[in-house]
Design a protein around this ligand. Structure first.
Ligand SMILES: [Zn+2]
Length: 584
């Protein structure tokens, strides 16, 4: 049994998520997790709300409230959407704005400091004497020194389109208070990312055959351009610098006005959330935490433990922070921490050729989408168009076509016609002396289970996060099943040749049983309906992690012989056809 820690990206909670977020990291992480559970591994799927950083403080300003209240407003909504509506099987969905997360982030910072990976540098930032504080660029407005447009943000001029750096505004003022601001030197802590170049290269080269090719290449590019990055900001919202555990000589001026930046704290969430799952969150201080901290590391984050597997699922905007930054932070702890085995990065999902943008109306309400079309239909389409190796687009017409032609006409139809026929015309029973598994049926089922662990086997595809291809293996069984059903024409033989009719349905049931064993990782609602019909949980238990052995010729016979396979004659179809698109 492996111990598998799976991290899905931590969404900022400054608004509602759209289907691009689901397709980007949430759904892939969930499929992988459900599969790991199915094969009997000890699994932790961890994530939470990313509460710090300027997206949160800006939203608070926009709504005239505090960052704390933005978190309280949006974090539960995000959690409900992901956990209840999309049935993401998180073991924990927490947030970064918790005592325990703050303590663990501080431990990471102190270790980097102790190990010599933190330097101090002065940077120039806008400061208001009157307000007695520094302002991030986005909080400062003034006249563009190039085109002289008024009221431009300090990081970009909307009028001439130039990216601006501090110092390129005439008469800069603080947006919130109108106070004059001027550039002032401020000292910050920097992480010596460049000193990890060789170690990061070795790490990357060890993942050549595992990571997606484009992710690997993009990471290689980053490694050649590593620069030290600041770990702190002049802000009052974020994790505090643990001065009480630091030497006087290491403390910068005005440290009380600085916070560890969101880049640093958010990725540590994978560690802190998995810690909470095992040891809870009842700790008051770093000293309180340290004894179990080491115990936790040795059980779940020790890189010499061959039973440990760590996977991360993120969107393309997060690539650097998960393939470079996070591994370097882990290395910098110098306690032999486990690095991610795979960082599964997706491109963006767009909407009919444009980027999702709620303010410009290019948007799908993720919640209404499931309410209108059902979870399985939404998940099916998002897997089909998953941006694994390039950006993809949600097209409403394509959604309708794929649901109607593939999910309903292929998978749903095959299952429904077989089960209803078995109930209605065979009275939920088959005489087993007269039937046998057809050669072709046997071989297509074997093609799923025999080379299960091969590179292109089901397990191999899941391991490489090739979820579309893995789902196709199940759809192949349904496609074949429909052809087989048509060829055998049981609706004719039921009158003329009852043995051949029973044999046809018996073989179709074998195909559906095989599909039932794996479909729940993709389509949980259909999966649980089929699991009930075929008592699949019993099989999982009997074969535990030996999934490839789970497909068992005798099992279906047992169900039929014991009269356990009873289908209600008014069985509802697994999926519903979409008659008309309602854009939500
Ligand atoms: Zn300008």
């Amino acid at each position: 049994m492996k111990k598998v820690i799976i991290g899905a990206a931590w969404p900022y909670v400054n608004g509602d998520l759209h289907p691009g977020h689901i397709a980007g990291y949430n759904l892939p992480a969930d499929i992988f997790t459900r599969y790991q559970r199915l094969i009997g591994n000890e699994v932790m799927l961890v994530s939470g709300a990313d509460c710090y950083g300027t997206p949160i403080t800006l939203q608070a300003d926009k709504e005239g409230t505090t960052p704390e209240q933005i978190v309280q407003k949006y974090a539960p909504r995000t959690k409900e959407l992901l956990c209840d509506i999309y049935k993401t099987s998180y073991d924990i969905f927490t947030q970064t704005h918790t005592k325990i997360h703050n303590l663990i982030v501080q431990i990471f910072f102190l270790n980097l400091l102790k190990n010599g990976y933190i330097t101090r540098k002065f940077t120039r930032q806008y400061y208001s004497e009157r307000d007695n504080r520094f302002y991030p660029d986005r909080y400062v407005e003034g006249e563009c020194m190039y085109c002289h447009a008024k009221d431009q943000r300090a990081d970009q001029c909307e009028s001439c389109g130039r990216t601006l750096i501090p110092g390129e505004l005439v008469n800069p003022k603080a947006k919130l208070t109108g106070s004059e601001v001027a550039l002032k030197e401020t000292e910050h802590y920097f992480f010596s990312l460049s000193s990890f170049k060789e170690r990061l290269k070795n790490y990357l080269y060890s993942k050549k055959d595992i990571w997606r090719e484009w992710v690997w290449k993009e990471t290689e590019k980053w490694i050649n351009e590593l620069e030290d990055r600041s770990l702190t900001r002049d802000l009052d919202w974020g994790v505090e610098i643990p001065v009480e555990y630091m030497d006087e000589k290491d403390i910068v001026d005005h440290v009380e006005n600085k916070r560890l930046y969101v880049w640093f704290d958010a990725v540590i969430g994978y560690f802190s959330a998995s810690f909470v799952l095992k040891f809870g969150d009842k700790f008051d201080s770093i000293n309180d935490l340290m004894p179990v901290f080491n115990e936790f590391v040795s059980k779940y984050w020790d890189s010499d433990d061959i039973d440990l597997v760590h996977y991360l699922f993120v969107g393309q905007d997060n690539l650097f922070f998960h393939t470079i930054w996070w591994p370097a932070l882990l290395m910098g702890q110098e306690i032999n921490l486990k690095l991610p085995d795979n960082v599964v990065v997706n491109y963006f999902l767009n909407l009919e050729g444009q980027k999702f943008s709620k303010s410009r109306g290019i948007y799908i309400n993720a919640r209404e989408l499931v309410n209108t079309y059902g979870l399985d239909a939404v998940r099916y389409y998002l897997i089909r168009i998953n941006p694994e190796n390039s950006s993809t687009h949600w097209y409403w017409d394509d959604f309708k076509d794929r649901i109607n032609n593939e999910l309903v006409a292929t998978l749903g139809n095959f299952v429904h016609r077989t089960l209803v026929f078995y109930a209605k015309y065979l009275g939920n029973s088959i005489s087993l002396e007269n039937v046998q598994v057809d050669y072709e049926v046997k071989s297509i089922i074997n093609s799923l289970f025999v080379d299960f662990y091969g590179n292109d086997g089901f397990d191999g595809l899941i391991g490489k996060a090739r979820f579309k291809d893995a789902l196709d293996k199940l759809m192949d069984l349904a496609r074949f099943g429909n052809l087989f059903f048509d060829r055998c024409a049981p609706w004719k033989s039921v009158k003329e040749d009852t043995k051949s009719c029973a044999n046809a349905i018996y073989n179709c049931l074998h195909l559906i049983l095989a599909i039932s064993l794996l479909i729940s990782i993709f389509l949980p609602d259909a999966g649980s309906k089929l699991a009930k019909i075929f008592y699949v949980d019993f099989l999982y238990e009997r074969y535990s992690n030996r999934l490839f052995q789970m497909y068992d010729d005798d099992y279906l016979d047992t169900l039929i012989r014991e009269n356990l396979l009873t289908i209600p004659s008014d069985l509802a179809p697994l999926f519903n056809k979409i008659d008309k698109i309602i854009k939500v």
